[in-house]
Design a protein. Structure first.
Length: 106
């Protein structure tokens, strides 16, 4: 299993998304968090199975894992045997807003 680090911005995004769902339905919020936890475990075990996001030409490549049943994706890179989660990104809002988190001029 690969070590996993969630960036502070991604942590905030996760909390905000869960709070939004909780306002509408606590059960849906619990399901969302359960799906994110499950996905986190799969990403930690097999990070390279997830597709590279096209159009971002950096090394290591940026990858995306979809949160089952929700319009969110986990955006991450794998560097030095550590999965760095950059964003928990809504798929319909502001694509690529998280690129500045790469620390490059993307």
């Amino acid at each position: 299993m690969t070590a996993l680090r969630i960036g502070p911005e991604a942590e905030v995004e996760l909390r905000e998304a869960a709070a939004w769902y909780k306002e509408r339905s606590p059960e849906v919020a619990r399901r969302f968090l359960r799906e994110v936890r499950t996905l986190t475990k799969v990403v930690a075990r097999m990070p390279l199975r997830f597709p590279v996001i096209e159009g971002i030409d950096i090394d290591p490549p940026v990858r995306r894992a979809l949160v089952a049943g929700f319009p969110y994706a986990m955006v991450f890179i794998v560097a030095d045997d550590v999965v760095h989660i950059l964003a928990i990104a809504h798929q319909q809002r502001m694509p690529g807003y998280w690129r500045h988190r790469l620390g490059r001029d993307e």
